[in-house]
Design a protein around this ligand. Structure first.
Ligand SMILES: C[S@@+](CC[C@H](N)C(=O)[O-])C[C@H]1O[C@@H](n2cnc3c(N)ncnc32)[C@H](O)[C@@H]1O
Length: 174
């Protein structure tokens, strides 16, 4: 059984960024990929109706928690079970390179693959097909995530925050 990711510095940084973005930009549909505890869905629900928010995660325990909070939630590996398009898609991705010392049950939330960028790349490859016209994607990675392959998707770096041992980065794709 995998642990549900408890909000940490990256979650709070992304939540603050999302709150600021939604206070200035009106959207009608939002996908919270990798919802975990649902922190970003909860932030978005201050700006748009819960029925226009979809929370998605590969971890069934995360889905149970966000459903209990009243969100529509789907257990899915990235977009495999998601046919819809959205005005906004966010993903606080598992972004760290594989570390054998990391417990198996937290790897799903933290580890992006052998190098750390693999899940982000899969996400970006699929996400662009799920955007409405003028839609946006925000992806959170870290200075510890390899960036060369991610840069091929033409991101704009829109926010940064230093935390101990790494810098958090929010990238925009449209
Ligand atoms: C760093 S946590 C972020 C959780 C929450 N959004 C937050 O900001 O606190 C990454 C989340 O992505 C989920 N995840 C990992 N791989 C996934 C996949 N292939 N498809 C969907 N969700 C995935 C994990 O289960 C975890 O909940």
């Amino acid at each position: 059984m995998a642990q549900v990711y408890q909000p940490a510095e990256d979650s709070y940084f992304f939540s603050k960024f999302l709150k600021n973005y939604l206070s200035k930009n009106k959207i009608n549909s939002y996908l919270d990929m990798g919802t975990g505890s649902g922190i970003l869905s909860e932030t978005a629900s201050k700006f748009l109706d819960k029925k226009n928010i979809l929370s998605a995660d590969i971890n069934p325990d995360a889905i149970k928690i966000v459903k209990e909070k009243g969100f529509s939630a789907i257990k899915t590996n990235l977009f495999s079970k998601i046919p819809e398009n959205f005005d906004l898609i966010t993903f606080n991705a598992p972004y760290l390179p594989m570390d054998p010392r990391e417990p198996k049950d937290s790897q799903i939330a933290t580890t992006g693959g052998k190098y750390g960028d693999e899940i982000s790349i899969k996400f970006l490859t699929q996400a662009k097909k799920h955007l409405n016209k003028n839609g946006k994607i925000f992806l959170l990675i870290s200075s510890l995530t390899p960036q060369d392959r991610i840069k091929k998707f033409h991101p704009t770096f829109v926010a940064r925050e230093k935390i101990p041992f790494e810098e958090l980065l929010i990238l925009e794709f449209s």
